[in-house]
Design a protein around this ligand. Structure first.
Ligand code: BTN
Length: 237
């Protein structure tokens, strides 16, 4: 495992997209500040310098390329497990990979694939709110940070090491063929909820049955049961 650290970058995911060819499998790239932090579905990921832990992990092991859905959820699970050790309660995974505390988001993950004629690598980008005291701006539900939930100042360096360790440990378990589904599905935030989903361009009310063991999301649309990938659905709960 190797880490590259930058005071400022456009985006740690973008850095890996440009430089993956020269870098080893399991290289972490971290930045204290991102000028153009990116979120899922083309959104921006904004954070002041030092407030969030922001890093990306490069995956070049082809064995994992077919397993990207599991990898995506597993990344959220790894963050969640570390936060549990810090005493945070009511943690869950909002499929495909947001980490929530009650109804508030604490961590977002952007998994990207770089392809030419074939997949070249996967990039797991993680943004965890750590030091924010409040969140200004236009949110449907305001996010939360670790320090807003614990009575101590968080040592970001220690938290970072624990996250790296947990992530690498769980990736190894996935490669070993260990079935992590039952552990992960205990933390399914969306299970049982009614949601408006945009399916094939049409906005529909669906009942969420939960994360399936292939890490797609099972929903009930009338009498139809559908297994959805994250690019096929967006939620308006
Ligand atoms: C989301 O919630 O929409 C995903 C947010 C992912 C943010 C992280 S921060 C580190 C990495 N670099 C980026 O530009 N994005 C991810």
């Amino acid at each position: 495992m190797k880490e590259l650290f930058f005071e400022s970058l456009d985006s740690t995911n973008s850095y890996l997209k440009r430089n993956y060819a020269q870098l080893d499998d399991l290289t972490f790239v971290r930045a204290a500040y991102q000028e153009k932090g990116r979120g899922r579905n083309g959104r921006k990921w904004l954070s002041k310098s030092g407030d969030s832990l922001m890093f990306s992990l490069l995956i070049k092991d082809e064995e994992l390329f077919d397993n990207y859905k599991a990898l995506s959820v597993l990344s959220a699970y790894s963050v969640l497990k570390v936060l549990e050790d810090y005493g945070l309660k009511d943690l869950s995974i909002k499929w495909p990979n947001d980490v929530y505390v009650s109804d508030k988001k604490i961590c977002g993950i952007l998994l990207e694939a770089v392809s030419t004629t074939k997949i070249e690598c996967l990039i797991i980008g993680i943004g965890l709110n750590v030091k924010q005291k409040s969140f200004e701006g236009d949110y449907r539900q305001k996010p939360v940070s670790v320090e807003m939930l614990v009575d101590e100042e968080i040592d970001s360096e220690e938290l970072r090491k624990k996250l790296y360790f947990e992530l690498l440990k769980n990736i190894e378990r996935l490669k070993d063929g260990e079935d992590l589904y039952s552990a992960i599905s205990e933390y399914d935030y969306l299970k049982g909820s009614e949601a408006y989903a945009s399916i094939d361009g049409n906005k529909k009310s669906v009942k969420v049955l939960g994360m399936d063991n292939d890490y797609t999301l099972k929903v009930k649309d009338g009498e139809r049961i559908l297994s959805l990938n994250s690019d096929e659905i967006s939620f308006h709960i």
